[in-house]
Design a protein around this ligand. Structure first.
Ligand code: ZN
Ligand code: ZN
Length: 131
């Protein structure tokens, strides 16, 4: 049984970058959450701040994991445990340099073609505080 990362109850698989946002299936993009911590008031689908926070965490993890400037697909398959066919498909539109794909392109694509910043989170909190 999969356990909620927050409370330990039975969990569902949440995609940190939703599939509808271009998120793909790979372990780092999964978070195991019980119904409450997933779909409830305190879950990322209802709580935008938490959603942003999870996304920022994922982006930071990717930045830490990918230490080189370029990667070839096989390295990404090993490092991120992503299906190679899937990688090929999603990186088709990015430039393949002779050293491989650019780290910044890889992270950008895995984050659903977005760059998340701490600023977005702070800004969001200010917005809520002033509401
Ligand atoms: Zn929970
Ligand atoms: Zn979800």
């Amino acid at each position: 049984m999969l356990k909620c990362e927050i409370c330990g109850r039975q969990a569902d698989k949440h995609h940190i970058v939703y599939r509808s946002q271009g998120g793909i299936d790979f372990p780092l993009n999964f978070k195991y959450l019980c119904h409450e911590h997933h779909r409830g008031k305190e879950g990322p689908h209802k709580n935008r701040k938490l959603d942003l926070q999870y996304k920022l965490e994922l982006q930071k993890r990717l930045e830490m994991l990918l230490r080189k400037d370029f990667y070839i697909l096989d390295e990404l398959v090993d490092l991120l445990n992503i299906n190679k066919g899937m990688l090929k498909r999603i990186f088709k539109e990015y430039k393949l340099y002779k050293e491989g794909y650019k780290k910044s392109d890889i992270i950008y694509r895995l984050m659903g073609k977005k760059v998340y910043t701490q600023y977005m989170l702070d800004e969001y909190c200010d917005f809520i505080a002033n509401f």
